[in-house]
Write a protein that binds this ligand. Structure first.
Ligand code: NAD
Length: 344
């Protein structure tokens, strides 16, 4: 395993390998950049095939957090923790506390939060051993769950994209296809319905689909049909890499605006969308509502201030869209450049 010459290393400030003999903890904490503030990023627990895979994930995800926080105008840098192990079998309170002690030793350079394989309850256990944990705020509007804020930011960003591409100030009559109506997709559907949009939804869980059909009058479609629907907006809110060689030729939407992470299978697919004149809304910009809300919870800010900040996602996206049109360059490239201006 190489670290400094790793393909994803990209000038990480610090990478900590954490091992605790008693609990069996094996974790990697990657701190990409702290120029704007402490490196905040979730703690993922996953049964990685090997240590290389875990390191790859930690480096890639922590770098992504630097870009996300910079474009969300937060006083935060980017970091990520990964625990090697199966969250269903290997997660114990002792193991989580051992990680908390390692986080504490980093003295605030890294602040953790929930991610795949960890929960708000796990963060509370980690928080017994470190003050550097977020997303556990009691008595807040969301109870620590970032999904409603992520959905609101996605809604604001989707409106900015529709305005830029379709010249429409409101969403009445706009057809939106949502892929995945879990935590974020469900709340997004509610905002869109209130704004007068026509909804088409799919999910692999029938009860998730039923909820939005019953509550918001959405039309259910099969998962494999979602890409080719004759709609204005495609909103991916399930998994990553769904903008790829197979799906691009099927798309008829002129706007892509959804919360899923890492939507582009490769940067090349972002270039192709630009050539196809499909407006791609960079995922890490539009889905920053959750991290913004976590920041306000952590700093005891008000819910109103947090939502106002989330609304600024629309302005950031408008700037990206305008630069993209003026320079005739893909939106994901413009977003990265704008972020780098803010943290380098
Ligand atoms: P979730 O697990 O609650 O919802 C995802 C939904 O997608 C589920 O209902 C699942 O059944 C469905 N799904 C899975 N595979 C599917 C498929 N092939 N076709 C259709 N539906 C499928 O997750 P979430 O919290 O709503 O997050 C959604 C996406 O947004 C994820 O990519 C996540 O990384 C990203 N994201 C979430 C947040 C947040 O605050 N929750 C923040 C930033 C980014």
């Amino acid at each position: 395993m190489s670290v400094f010459s790793h393909l994803e290393f990209d000038h990480h400030e610090q990478v900590a390998f954490c091992h605790d003999k008693k609990t069996g903890l094996k974790a990697i904490i990657a701190v990409h950049n702290t120029y704007r503030g402490p490196a905040l990023g979730g703690c993922r627990m996953w049964p990685y095939a090997d240590e290389d895979e875990a390191l790859n994930d930690a480096l890639r995800l922590s770098r992504g957090m630097t870009y996300k926080s910079a474009l969300a105008n937060l006083p935060l840098g980017g970091g990520k923790a990964v625990i090697i192990g199966n969250p269903r079998q290997d997660k114990t309170p002792e193991l989580l506390r051992a990680l908390g002690e390692f986080i504490q030793k980093l003295a605030g350079r890294y602040v953790t939060a929930e991610d795949s394989g960890t929960s708000v309850a796990d963060m509370k256990i980690i928080g017994e051993c470190t003050e550097y944990v977020s997303g556990v705020a009691e008595g807040t509007e969301s109870g620590g769950d970032p999904s409603p804020a992520t959905a609101y930011g996605t809604f604001v960003g989707l409106k900015a994209a529709v305005k830029h591409r379709l010249g429409k100030d409101d969403l009445s009559g706009i057809k939106v296809a949502i892929q995945g109506v879990g935590n974020v997709g469900y709340h997004l559907a509610g905002h869109l319905k209130s704004a007068g949009a026509e909804l088409f939804v799919c999910d692999i869980h029938a009860e998730h689909v039923e909820r939005v059909v019953n509550e918001y009058g959405a039309t259910a479609v099969a998962p494999e049909e979602i890409y080719g629907l004759e709609v204005d907006v495609f909103a991916p809110c399930a998994m990553g890499a769904i903008l790829n060689d197979t799906t691009l030729p099927q798309l008829s939407a002129s706007v892509i605006a959804g919360a899923a992470n890492n939507q582009l299978a490769t940067p090349e697919h972002g270039e192709r969308l630009h050539e196809m004149e499909i407006l791609y809304t960079p995922d890490y910009v539009i889905n920053a509502g959750g991290i913004i809300d976590i920041h306000y919870q952590r700093s005891n800010g008000s819910h109103e201030d947090s939502m106002r900040h989330v609304e600024s996602i629309g302005e950031t996206l408008s700037e990206i869209f305008t630069r993209s049109s003026e320079q005739n360059r893909a939106t994901h490239v413009i977003a990265d450049e704008l972020a780098e201006e803010r943290f380098q």
